[in-house]
Design a binder for this molecule. Structure first.
Ligand code: APR
Ligand code: PHB
Length: 391
């Protein structure tokens, strides 16, 4: 097979890149290791920042998001048994976030590609990349029992943190920046109406908890747990009891429970490789960087990377100029590092660290009190949370 841009991975990064390239008249093939059903059902993040919403709309894939997504104008920070609202929209000159599951974005993008005959190969896992230093890089992949080869002008590594693309870069080229956190998130999806209209980020002496949602009938909840925690140790009743304890308020907040339809534990890390390019290979999304989910930035960063990459590739095909492609990594990394800092800051302020003593806890509570009472501090949180227009 031959194409212009060979894309490894059909997550939000790979699918949106393929769609944006199509809008610019550039051809691509997407290779995805998993089945269509798997990628459409996988429960992941759910917060779209304003930039992401605007881009999906402009690209013509925002209709269902506009119908079914929940537009939020604030979030709550809960600590010391009380809630404190951050009025995001008021503080940011009218910007907001939209709660819409990542797998819904993925479904919309798959539909949009297939509607115009886009080439998406499911159950086609890339095995190795070759010729990244030359003009015709190739992707070797395995589709069912058959081996295939995709010859391209450029390869986009959109295959997530555990993919093959990053590993295809020769040793010594990439610098890795990394932070591991001494905790994980246990997440559940429950068939019950959310107990709150806006997301609640809760800092409790027993650890962090987050109340999110997917629809008026589906609630998404997270608990900070130990990093090596086994899901078997958390029967549903234990999860609900812990959630009730952490979310409790002095004025009697009640958390409604319901059947748990999805349950999993996610490790937390911060990770960046620089540069996000080697020769004709461009890394995008989780393949190049991971943020802890506290800032809700993962999918939004993936979307920004491919926005920059699609524009740069389109300019190159149109004019032969490599200027935008040469700036790809540095342009993306500016936003990546802003989001890294924000996600690390939110994580540090809201979680219990095993080594923390009373001094550290009081610093956290003071920072939370300041963030929720100073307009300047609240605005800083809000503008990062809804996504800075320019970085
Ligand atoms: N060949 C083909 N596909 C692969 C391979 C491979 N060797 N390895 C991994 N993949 C696929 C995965 O199955 C997955 O569908 O690449 C896709 C990567 O998608 P994501 O992990 O969703 O990554 P990305 O598109 O960068 O989106 C980032 O995902 O983890 C969340 O919080 C993160 O919201 C952020 C988003
Ligand atoms: C989610 O709804 O899955 C979600 C929301 C906010 C976060 C992380 C995850 O910060």
């Amino acid at each position: 097979m031959r194409t212009q841009v060979g894309i490894v991975g059909a997550g939000p990064a790979g699918l949106l890149l393929s769609h944006l390239l199509h809008l610019q008249g550039v051809e691509s093939v997407v290779l995805e290791a998993r089945s269509r059903d798997y990628v459409e059902q996988r429960v992941r993040a759910g917060v779209l920042e304003q930039n992401t919403v605007d881009l999906l709309r402009q690209a013509g894939v925002g209709d269902r998001m506009d119908r079914e997504g929940l537009v939020h104008h604030g979030i709550e920070l809960r600590f010391g048994g009380r809630g404190h609202r951050i009025a995001m929209t008021e503080l940011t000159g009218g910007r907001s976030i939209t709660v819409y599951g990542q797998q819904e974005v993925v479904k919309d993008l798959i539909r949009a590609r297939l509607d115009v005959g886009g080439q998406l190969e499911f159950e086609a896992g890339a095995v190795s990349l070759h010729g990244l230093d030359g003009d015709t890089p190739t992707i070797r992949y395995r589709h069912g029992a058959e081996d295939g080869e995709l010859v391209c002008d450029v390869v986009a590594g959109c295959d997530g943190f555990h993919g093959v693309a990053r590993g295809a870069v020769p040793d010594g080229v990439l610098t890795v920046y990394e932070r591991q956190y001494p905790f994980a998130w246990l997440g559940i999806l429950a068939e019950v109406a959310p107990s709150t209209e806006e997301l609640i980020y809760c800092s409790h002496d027993r650890g962090f908890a987050l109340h999110s949602m997917r629809s008026p009938k589906l609630t998404r909840l997270y608990l900070q747990v130990a990093p090596d925690e086994a899901i078997d140790g958390w029967p549903d009743e234990r999860i609900w009891a812990e959630l009730r304890t952490r979310f409790a308020t002095d004025d009697g907040f009640t958390l409604a429970d319901g059947p748990v339809v999805d349950k999993g534990i996610t490790p937390m890390r911060s990770f960046v490789v620089e540069p996000m390019r080697h020769g004709r290979l461009f890394l995008a999304g989780d393949a190049a960087h991971i943020v802890p989910p506290t800032g809700a930035k993962g999918m939004n960063l993936a979307v920004n990377d491919v926005r920059v990459l699609a524009e740069a590739l389109a300019a190159w095909y149109r004019s032969g100029s490599t200027e935008l492609l040469d700036g790809y990594s540095a342009t993306c990394l500016r936003r990546v590092w802003r989001s890294q800092h924000f996600s690390w800051w939110m994580t540090s302020m809201l979680h219990r660290f095993p080594d923390d003593d009373g001094f550290q806890r009081r610093l956290q509570l003071s920072q939370l009190a300041y963030t929720t009472t100073s307009e300047a501090a609240a605005r800083s949180l809000a503008e990062n949370y809804v996504g800075l227009a320019q970085v």
